[in-house]
Design a protein around this ligand. Structure first.
Ligand code: ATP
Ligand code: MG
Length: 444
């Protein structure tokens, strides 16, 4: 019997169905690789089941988003997927949303819907408990499945009908405070994408009737992106982590926001050549992975969400909402990071840290060395995918490149005789030999 491990798996008893050939239905690389690596399976148009490897990535992304939203002072809640139509009638969106909204009737003939977003519900929850300016500011978020009956679901989980979103909602007494809430989310998004190992550029977006400059789409550049974008080349030299800046530094955040939103970037919907005069512009395509928005009293007004200020006046709350496409990011990261052989995961979201390849499972000495490395790396807190299948070397190497873990360790009979293992860096392709005894230390 094998020793139990914490975070690692043996491929021989895992569930990661891999495929050599590109599936015909997949038009873009992330969709192809996700299907071939056994990360997802379509169950109906635009609706997917997440298989173990895909789910590991999805959860890692959600955890990074969660940690940084918490650090910014937001609090996590969990609202249901199914909502009553009543609130949507109050806000006026029940009819506006049209066919994208999946409408359901319950057994009591009440109109229900599968939530495409949660402004109405969070506003209603908030107003039931908050009546005074002293309970402000607040920011509440959840990470929950949404449903939008998209006309053209495509590109796998990139434009799905059911998808996982992080959506946060801020509540403030006035526009100035709401601006500060917006700046906090702006910084939080920079840090989230930096931690995810992907560059997402904030682009000015349409603010509709609210006006002002407080709506940004965060866009990952990729040739397969659905939007055409125009960005100052300076973005590619900008450090996106804003080290040292604290969320409670209101002035620092405001300056950071001014500086960053001063570097030109806009999607085609809003881009005007005259606004970008003199800018060294890059035209590219991009994937919207996040969207932040200040919308004032658009929902608080019709839903009657007010608080009393320090003079006893009833004030309508100022709100913003802040979305991240958690499931779309899985594809977005692959679009931004892959080669002809497969995915190249950034370390922070990789389903495993290390792939361990046993070239000859009929060889006791290979098995012994692999078991030892496997158990020790796992005990050191590493997540290891151990390929102990009865398969040829070619298939093992191909699968390992396809699923794109940052490090590969290969153990074969020749190496074992000489006490040597091979280490490969997936991103650079660099291979090196190292003593078997030093593998664990080198990788932990
Ligand atoms: P899009 O313009 O791509 O349709 P949206 O502007 O309608 O998106 P938002 O309402 O801003 O989307 O939702 C927040 C985030 O949720 C988006 O930035 C995107 O990352 C993600 N998202 C939206 N629709 C989908 C979808 N159909 N499939 C996967 N992710 C999605
Ligand atoms: Mg959007």
């Amino acid at each position: 019997m094998n020793k139990p491990v914490k975070n690692s798996v043996r491929l021989s008893n895992y569930f990661m169905p891999t495929y050599k050939d590109n599936p015909k239905e997949a038009e873009i690389v992330s969709h192809r690789y996700m299907l071939r690596a056994g990360m997802i399976q379509q169950t109906s148009a635009g609706i997917y089941a997440w298989l173990p490897t895909g789910l590991r990535v999805l959860n890692k992304i959600a955890d990074i988003v969660r940690a940084e939203q918490n650090a910014s002072g937001a609090h996590e809640v969990l609202m249901p997927t199914i909502q009553s139509a009543d609130l949507w009638r109050q806000s006026g969106r029940y009819d506006d949303y049209g066919k994208e909204m999946l409408r359901i009737t319950d057994r009591g003939d009440r109109d229900m819907l599968y939530g495409p977003t949660n402004e109405e519900m969070i506003t209603d929850i908030f107003k039931s408990h908050v009546g005074s300016y002293k309970q402000l500011p607040r920011n509440l978020y959840h990470i929950q499945w949404k449903f939008r009956d998209e006309v053209r679901p495509r590109f796998g989980i990139m434009r799905g009908r059911e998808f996982l979103m992080k959506d946060a909602y801020s509540f403030d007494l006035n526009k100035e405070d709401a601006q500060y809430a917006y700046h906090k989310m702006f910084l939080s998004y920079f840090r989230i994408f930096a931690k995810l190992g992907v560059q997402a550029i904030p682009m000015k977006a349409d603010t509709g009737p609210i006006g002002g400059d407080m709506s940004h789409e965060f866009i990952v550049l990729a040739d397969t992106g659905e939007s055409e974008v125009f960005a100052d080349k300076k973005w590619f030299k900008t450090d996106m982590t804003a080290k040292g800046l604290e969320y409670n530094d209101r002035e620092g955040l405001s300056n950071f926001y001014k500086e960053m939103s001063g570097i030109y970037a806009a999607t085609d919907e809003i881009h005007k050549p005259e606004d970008a005069e003199g800018v060294d512009l890059k035209t590219a395509r991009g994937i919207e992975v996040g969207h932040i928005f200040y919308f004032g009293t658009k929902y608080s007004e019709p839903l009657g969400a007010t608080v009393q200020d320090n003079e006893g006046n009833q004030i309508t709350l100022h709100m913003g909402s802040y979305g991240i496409g958690v499931s779309r990011l899985v594809g977005g990261i692959i679009e931004a990071s892959h080669d002809d052989n497969g995915i190249i995961w950034p370390e922070s979201v990789s389903p495993f840290d290390i792939g361990l390849i046993n070239l000859k499972i009929s060889d006791d000495s290979c098995n012994e060395v692999c078991e030892k490395i496997f158990n020790e790396l796992d005990a050191a807190g590493k997540e290891v995918l151990y390929d102990d299948r009865d398969e040829g070397a070619g298939k093992k190497f191909n699968d390992m490149d396809l699923i794109g873990l940052p490090w590969q360790v290969t153990i074969g009979p020749k190496g074992v005789k000489n006490g040597m293992a091979e280490l490969k860096n997936r991103k650079t392709g660099e291979k090196s030999e190292l003593p078997i005894d030093s593998v664990v230390e080198k990788l932990s």
